[in-house]
Design a protein around this ligand. Structure first.
Ligand code: PPS
Ligand code: ADP
Length: 198
């Protein structure tokens, strides 16, 4: 950007990672509403926090109710929502945290944008694969019922698209794999990348 000259700070990500004793990066959960993103993200964070990892979770509650409260669910607004979240995630990674982001992030092109902003080496994509039928059966927030009744427009899976990730780093089929096993599998993969040093 014109006339914006970045300042060269002395302390960087590598220094903070050394101080914290582990690497920092983003684990990004994508999937339909009700697929299990928040449930899984929460438990993964609990496990890693217990092990002394600096974690920080980003989800609809702290983003769509705050920073992004001017954005809705059109394709353009979702893209801007995700662009800002990716930029925030990148800052948290610089600050030394393992960022746990849970957003529907329905389009491949937007997930590519996210990966580009954060950098592919600092990004793990986890696809929470739950069928629309199961999400609708769970309907924990009652939103599918409203969407079917036409009370919510552009609802993902009903009248807005969800494109399955082509090549996610991890995939959890919540209708097949037990939750505890899935958490263990994800935690193991993250521990490997965290390279925890005591
Ligand atoms: N139209 C429509 N479509 C999808 N979801 C909707 C919509 N309206 C509100 N909600 C609620 O908002 C949560 C999804 O927000 P995200 O920021 O994750 O969406 S996106 O990544 O920008 O597509 C989503 O939360 P989760 O259920 O946790 O996924 C919904 O509760
Ligand atoms: N294997 C599973 N993994 C995650 N959630 C599951 C699983 N089986 C059932 N559930 C239930 O599905 C719902 C998922 O809701 P939530 O985690 O809020 O989804 P999302 O954040 O994707 O909208 C929760 O009520 C959770 O208890």
């Amino acid at each position: 950007m014109e006339n914006i000259i970045p300042h060269d700070f002395h302390i960087g990500k590598t220094d903070r990672n050394k101080l914290n004793g582990h690497n920092s990066f983003v684990v990004w959960f994508t999937g339909l509403s009700g697929s299990g993103k928040s449930t899984i993200a929460n438990q993964v964070e609990n496990e890693l926090f217990k092990k002394g990892i600096k974690t920080f979770s980003l989800d609809g509650d702290n983003i769509r109710k705050g920073l992004n409260n001017n954005l809705g669910f059109s394709a353009a607004d979702r893209q801007e929502n995700l662009r800002r979240i990716a930029e925030i995630s990148k800052l948290f990674v610089e600050s030394g945290s393992l960022v746990i982001a849970s957003f529907i992030s329905p389009l491949e092109k937007d997930r590519e944008m996210i990966k580009e902003i954060i950098g592919k080496d600092d990004f793990i994509e986890v696809f929470i694969k739950t069928s629309l039928e199961e999400c609708e059966r769970r309907d924990i927030k009652g939103l599918y019922k409203k969407a079917r009744a036409g009370e919510i427009k552009n609802f993902t899976g009903i009248d807005a698209p969800y494109e399955n990730p082509i090549n996610p780093d991890l995939e959890v089929e919540t209708e097949k794999e037990n939750l505890e096993d899935a958490i263990k599998r994800i935690v193991l993969r993250l521990e490997d990348k965290l390279e925890i040093r005591v």
